[in-house]
Design a protein around this ligand. Structure first.
Ligand code: FES
Length: 72
């Protein structure tokens, strides 16, 4: 896994970890915004952001990436 470091809203470290075939894990005091610039609730120490587009709770991961795709 790869991680990048940045500074959070409280000055502490924020890390973003890319999970292979899974979400981005954001750890720390990052403030998240939707595409309109509205803040998203983030009262958790770790937030998983969907990268696969299959989640039912966008932009957050709901583990749908673990399900196998059905082929016609
Ligand atoms: S990355 Fe987990 S549901 Fe998309």
């Amino acid at each position: 896994m790869d991680s990048n470091f940045t500074t959070g809203t409280d000055g502490s470290d924020v890390t973003i970890t890319v999970c292979p075939d899974g979400p981005l894990l954001v750890r720390g005091s990052a403030q998240l915004f939707d595409t309109d610039g509205n803040p998203l609730p983030s009262n958790r120490a770790t937030v998983a952001l969907c990268r696969c587009g299959r989640t039912g709770i966008a932009p957050f991961c709901d583990s749908s990436h673990k399900k196998k795709l059905r082929r016609p």
